[in-house]
Design a protein around this ligand. Structure first.
Ligand code: RB5
Length: 147
């Protein structure tokens, strides 16, 4: 798959580890940064990764910050994007099966590398269950301007 990968400084080391993991499996990774451990702002990288998904240059986005929270909030502000903070492989799988998430966000300060790798694998191999479409339609409707 084509995967957009983004992080802030707090997520940099885990992002690099996930990049190696994904490329080792044959995925095509677009690393939107950050490219150093210098302090930076997670919304910039959430935006870049999600725009890659909307443009079709990536099928999924994987985002990393300290907690996973900030970068997920930023991703969910991109119209059309559904991003889930994930903390177990089962939750990562359900983010696809129930929520049709385009993106997952991982908290590098709280999640071990091997767990993050397993979560990413679960996210990328699961498929959406159409019985949940009605809820997604309501989320989409809430996104539209009311006037
Ligand atoms: C950066 O220190 C930290 O605030 C950020 O990575 C993230 O955890 C925010 O939600």
């Amino acid at each position: 798959m084509k995967i957009a990968l983004g992080s802030d400084h707090a997520g940099f080391d885990l992002k690099q580890a996930l990049k190696i993991h994904l490329e080792g499996q044959g995925h095509v990774v677009t690393d939107v940064g950050t490219h150093t451990t210098a302090s930076c702002d997670y919304p910039d990288f959430a935006q870049a990764a999600c725009q890659a998904v909307l443009a079709g240059t990536a099928e999924r986005a994987i985002l990393v910050c300290g907690t996973g929270i900030g970068i997920s909030i930023a991703a969910n502000k991109v119209p059309g994007i559904r991003c889930a903070v994930v903390y177990t492989p089962e939750v990562a799988r359900l983010a696809r099966e129930h929520n049709d998430a385009h993106a997952i966000a991982i908290g590098a300060r709280f999640i071990a590398v091997h767990v993050a790798q397993t979560m990413v694998d679960a996210f990328l191999t699961a498929t959406f269950e159409i019985r949940h479409q009605r809820r997604l339609d309501k989320i989409h409707a809430a996104e539209k301007p009311s006037c």
